[in-house]
Design a protein around this ligand. Structure first.
Ligand code: SF4
Ligand code: SF4
Length: 330
């Protein structure tokens, strides 16, 4: 495997490359279809994407979850609700006793035909992580489209009314990522700003705010390139490299299963089309050859401890306070 700048940096500091140390989070990307087309999307999700995880692949994921018993199954997309098998998938995972989290973009909850979904999430005791890139209308609409802020607020009100984000115990975290090519502000400070503004202006409550750095992959990379800002952003991420984040990177203890069943170290590697590679079994002719790992071939005994595939975008996880799908690392 060729060493890139991130690998070199890691090797300088740790004396070896990045390796996993187990599996706590099984992240599942059930499809790239989305009702929005956000400029900062690390995938290129949108209404015209038709890549969706099949029920067959979901059944394989359910089997792997039974075998490895992760602390959390984290369902993402696109908009996960646009996969018609989501309900059966969540029900099967919850039936097996897993903690299940679904990432929602909020507006999807208001789409026609989705009237059942909040009650289903509640009855299934699913934890929700809702993306809301700001508490101000202008910022949200500029990234996500006209009218998205108002719909997001309406969806949050419905979630609060159903008990999410309140004392009733149904968890609702919000997720912030910047509108553009800069790092998130300190998470604790921003959480208190969100709490104040959303409570005072709309009476909305939530549990925690998670900040995530925009990763230079997918549509956000295209947006950066189009604006001529890629080099500057790349340099910012490199300059802000924080060695203290290395031991907390989310890829150390997770896998991410793509809609087609391919296995990745994280959803950003999925966006960058960098699946986990496995040895091809066979005789001398196949020695040393590798192919992408599919979840049906995922052997926990072999692949829970593996070298992580890295690239330039990994500097997005180590910049400043660090970044992950579970928020800042420091
Ligand atoms: S950022 Fe989220 S809501 Fe926006 S297009 Fe991408 S997947 Fe959809
Ligand atoms: S993008 Fe982040 S989480 Fe993914 S492999 Fe790189 S450092 Fe790990």
């Amino acid at each position: 495997m060729m060493e890139n700048h991130f690998d070199q940096k890691v090797r300088e500091l740790r004396g070896r490359e990045l390796e996993t140390n187990g599996l706590d989070i099984l992240q599942v990307n059930v499809g790239l279809k989305c009702n929005q087309i956000c400029t900062h999307c690390h995938l290129a999700a949108g209404p015209d994407r038709n890549e969706l995880m099949s029920w067959e692949t979901m059944q394989t994921v359910i089997g792997v979850a039974r075998a490895v018993r992760p602390k959390l199954v984290d369902i993402t997309g696109g908009a996960p609700e646009l996969n018609v098998h989501l309900r059966a998938f969540v029900a099967a995972l919850r039936g097996d006793g897993h903690n299940v989290q679904v990432r929602t973009n909020l507006t999807m909850l208001l789409e026609p035909g989705m009237e059942w979904i909040i009650d289903f999430y509640k009855q299934s005791s699913v934890k929700l992580v809702a993306s809301l890139p700001c508490y101000l209308k202008q910022e949200v609409d500029s990234v996500r489209g006209e009218g998205v802020f108002e719909k997001s607020i309406a969806a949050l009100r419905l979630l609060n009314a159903a008990g999410f984000g309140t004392e009733s115990g149904h968890a609702l975290d919000l997720m912030f990522n910047p509108e553009g090519d800069f790092l998130p502000p300190p998470q604790a400070q921003l959480e208190s700003d969100y709490r104040r503004e959303l409570q005072n202006n709309f009476g909305i409550r939530f549990n925690n705010l998670l900040t995530i750095t925009n990763m230079p992959v997918g549509r956000f990379l295209a947006t950066l390139r189009k604006g001529g800002n890629y080099e500057q952003y790349r340099q910012l991420l490199r300059d802000q490299f924080n060695p203290a984040t290395l031991d907390r990177l989310m890829c150390l203890n997770q896998i991410d299963v793509g809609w087609d069943g391919l296995v990745y170290d994280c959803d950003f590697n999925l966006a960058a089309k960098m699946p986990v590679q496995v040895e091809i079994p066979g005789g001398d002719a196949e020695k040393g050859k590798k192919r992408p790992c599919h979840i049906r071939d995922f052997d926990p005994a072999t692949y829970l401890i593996r070298r992580i595939r890295t690239a330039e975008h990994c500097f997005g996880c180590t910049a400043g306070a660090g970044s992950s799908c579970e928020g800042a690392l420091q």
